[in-house]
Design a protein around this ligand. Structure first.
Ligand code: ADP
Length: 272
C-alpha cells in the first residue's frame, strides 16, 4: 500500500520534471531562433551601406578624371577588395543564420548538369589560369537532367571549386559529375595541399581552417564548408571528403535526382 503510494509520488515527480525540461527546451529553441532572426536582420542592414561603399570605391579606383595619384588608386582598390571580403563574410553569416532560423527557401527546378558544369568552368577559368592550373569538367554519359535547387547546388560546387583552386599550387582541378546509387554525385578533385585525416570533420565547422587555427592564412571566412554541409542536407544529400596531405583532396556532393516536393518550402525550425 505504502509502496504503491511512494511509486505514484515518484511517477508524478518525474512527469513534473519532464514537463519543466520540455518547457526549458522550448524556451531555448525560441531564444536561439530569435538570435538567428536578429543576425539575419542585422546582416541585411549591414549590406546596404556596404554596397554604397563598394560602388564609390570602385568609381574612385577607376580614376576616370585622372585626378588621383597611383598610390591613391591603390588605396581605393584596397578599400574595394576589403569591402568585397566583408560582403562575402556578411553573405555567409546571413546564409548560416537563415538556415538556422529555418528560413532558407529552396526552389525546385529542372537542372541540366551539363549546363551547371559549363557555367562553373566559365566562372573559374580566369582564377585557375592565373595560378597555372588545369581546370576541367566531365559529365558522365546518360546522367540526364535532375530536379533540385540549381542555385544552391551551384553555391556548394562554387565553394568546392574556389577552395580547390585556393589550396592547389600546381596541377589540376576537376569536376566530375556521375550517377550514384543515391542519385547524382558531383566530385571536385584537386592536386593541392590536402587535409590531414584528423581534420576531416573539423573543416566543416564554422570559422575553422584545417591547420586547427582560425588564422586566415589563405584568406576566406572558414564558413564555406559549414554552409555547404547545411545546404547538402537541405537538398536531401550529403558531402564526403577523401584527401591525402600533400597529394590532394576530393570533395563529393551526392544528392537525390529529385528534391522531394516537401523540401521546397522549408519546414518551420521549431514548434511554437
Ligand atoms: P575557407 O576556405 O573560407 O577557409 P571553408 O569552410 O570553405 O573555409 O574551408 C575550411 C577549411 O578547410 C579551409 O580553411 C582549409 O583549411 C580546408 N580546405 C577546404 N577545401 C580544401 C582543399 N580543397 N584542399 C585543402 N584544404 C581545404
Amino acid at each position: 500500500e505504502n509502496q504503491t503510494q511512494l511509486l505514484e509520488e515518484q511517477r508524478n515527480a518525474l512527469v513534473q520534471s519532464r514537463k519543466s525540461l520540455e518547457e526549458q527546451a522550448k524556451a531555448l529553441e525560441r531564444e536561439s531562433r530569435y538570435k538567428s532572426e536578429f543576425v539575419a536582420n542585422m546582416s541585411h542592414e549591414l549590406r546596404t551601406p556596404l554596397n554604397a561603399l563598394l560602388i564609390m570605391s570602385r568609381l574612385l579606383a577607376e580614376n576616370r578624371g585622372r585626378t588621383l595619384t597611383a598610390e591613391q588608386v591603390r588605396w581605393a582598390q584596397t578599400i574595394e577588395s576589403s569591402g568585397q571580403d566583408l560582403l562575402t563574410l556578411i553573405n555567409d553569416i546571413l546564409d548560416l543564420s537563415k538556415i538556422e532560423a529555418g528560413k532558407l527557401d529552396l526552389l525546385r527546378t529542372e537542372v541540366d548538369p551539363q549546363t551547371v558544369a559549363r557555367k562553373l568552368l566559365r566562372g573559374f577559368e580566369v582564377q585557375a589560369r592565373s595560378k597555372g592550373l588545369q581546370l576541367t569538367a566531365e559529365v558522365a554519359p546518360g546522367v540526364g537532367v535532375i530536379h533540385t535547387d540549381g542555385n544552391r547546388l551551384e553555391q556548394v560546387l562554387r565553394n568546392f571549386l574556389s577552395n580547390a583552386i585556393k589550396f592547389t599550387d600546381q596541377g589540376r582541378v576537376s569536376l566530375q559529375i556521375t550517377s550514384a546509387p543515391e542519385g547524382i554525385a558531383f566530385a571536385v578533385q584537386d592536386t593541392g595541399i590536402g587535409i590531414a585525416e584528423s581534420e576531416h570533420e573539423a573543416v566543416f565547422d564554422a570559422f575553422r581552417q584545417a591547420d586547427g587555427t582560425i588564422s586566415r592564412r589563405y584568406g576566406g571566412t572558414g564558413l564555406g564548408l559549414s554552409i555547404s554541409r547545411e545546404l547538402a542536407d537541405l537538398l536531401g544529400g550529403s558531402i564526403s571528403l577523401s584527401s591525402q596531405p600533400g597529394k590532394g583532396s576530393t570533395f563529393t556532393l551526392t544528392i537525390p535526382r529529385d528534391l522531394p516536393q516537401s523540401a521546397e518550402t522549408r519546414r518551420p525550425a521549431v514548434a511554437q
